[in-house]
Design a protein around this ligand. Structure first.
Ligand code: UDH
Ligand code: MN
Length: 373
């Protein structure tokens, strides 16, 4: 009798322990999904990698089941400019315009920076990227030609990760693009916005068909490939939710990190300011230029516009610019004279690398400080 009772109790304890284990497992899974939702996207990453290896003309891409419904912003129509591709495949059928929503997207992506990265690996995994970091989809005609411009100095480590993640994403997005690294020559104070102005000019010299310009920091990687790298009816801010800001927009007028303007939008605001030396303020000035010229910033849904930034310390010669607060008060006055119309620089070297085009440029230094008072 006692044995029987003991048996029953033991059985119940076992069941309870099992149930607790199950509950624990479920809770862990929920937390895992909530906090590190992107980790669940292992399969999409796997598929994406397979796709990059598959034949460029093959249509048997990965299953599409990981693509959830699209947020309101991604359904937004891009600017209507249509352009025939210069890189058409040799198939007999004429190519059709690329679909508004690319069919092979995978949604959330696993982005991490702990595994080592090498340029050889990036090259090996992106055999269809042409010299200079150029690519056009082989199976459809893209509506835009996009120049991606990256302000740069001494960030080779970050660049490898950027190329590793972005080439496959852009390929899935069916973008016709070229990657330009705008490398500031010398060790004078860094000037992000002026480098981007140089990038605009030099990209157009390289290929006058570019009609869309995307400006990206080298350390920012999108966590979702539904954040489409193209130009829109209004200037676009892509980096809406960065990990360093808790995946939220830090303030309503934030325009930093990754942004995109069509050629005409960029010219309408006279490009970016050349006079912001050191860290900060230039993105707010650009936001002001956009508003002052009657345009409105467009953004992807906050759930889609998520980014990881590779952790780093502040660079040498890019200290916070103490003049930035006063300068952003004066955009209305300065934007007409300071911009693409007044840009001056000395080209040092253009070198075509397999995964990008490097443009090294001398952009001068900040004017000597005016005496205070
Ligand atoms: N950049 C360079 N080299 C430099 C400075 C800037 O390539 O020496 C480029 C690069 O593309 C970078 C972008 O300019 O991503 C923006 O500069 P940043 O990454 O320094 O700006 P962020 O706002 O960092 O990310 C501010 C300093 C954070 C210090 C944190 C200390 N814990
Ligand atoms: Mn950074």
């Amino acid at each position: 009798m006692t044995r029987l009772l003991l048996g029953v109790t033991l059985e119940r304890i076992c069941k309870a322990v099992l149930l607790l284990c199950l509950l624990h497992f479920v809770i862990i899974m929920i937390l895992y999904f909530d906090v590190y939702a992107q980790h669940l996207d292992f399969f999409s990453r796997f598929n994406a990698r397979n796709a990059s290896r598959s034949h460029p003309f093959s249509n048997s891409s990965r299953p599409n089941s990981t693509v959830p419904s699209y947020g309101p912003a991604s359904a937004e129509a891009p600017s209507p400019s249509t352009k025939p591709s210069t890189n058409q495949s040799t198939t007999e059928k004429p190519l059709q315009p690329c679909q508004e929503t690319p069919p092979g997207l995978v949604g959330r992506l696993l982005i991490e920076f702990s595994s080592p990265m090498s340029m050889e690996r990036v090259q090996r995994e992106n055999p269809d990227v042409r010299q200079g970091g150029k690519y056009s989809p082989p199976d459809c005609l893209p509506r835009q030609k996009v120049a991606i411009l990256i302000p740069f100095r001494h960030r080779e480590h970050h660049l490898k990760y950027w190329l590793h993640y972005l080439h496959p994403i852009l390929r899935r997005q069916k973008v016709a693009y070229g990657i330009y690294i705008i490398n500031q020559f010398g060790e004078d104070t860094f000037n992000r916005a002026k480098l981007l102005n140089v990038g605009f000019m030099e990209a157009l010299k390289d290929d006058e068909e570019y009609d869309c310009f995307i400006f990206s920091d080298v350390d920012l990687i999108p966590m979702d490939d539904r954040n489409l790298y193209r130009c829109y009816e209004q200037p676009r801010h892509f980096a809406v939710g960065m990990d360093k800001f808790g995946f939220r927009l830090p303030y309503a007028g934030y325009f930093g990190g990754v942004s995109g303007l069509s050629k005409s939008q960029f010219l309408k605001i006279n490009g970016f300011p050349n006079e912001y030396w050191g860290w900060g303020g230039e993105d707010d000035d650009i936001f002001n230029r956009i508003s002052l010229n009657g345009m409105k910033v467009s953004r992807p849904d906050i759930r889609i516009g998520r980014y990881r930034m590779i952790k780093h310390e502040r660079d040498k010669h890019n200290e916070p610019n103490p003049q930035r607060f006063t300068k952003i008060q004066n955009t209305k006055m300065t934007m007409k004279r300071d911009g693409i119309s007044s840009l001056q620089y000395r080209l040092v070297e253009i070198s075509r690398q397999p995964m990008y085009t490097n443009i090294t440029v001398e952009i001068g230094r900040p004017p000597p400080r005016l005496a205070r008072g």
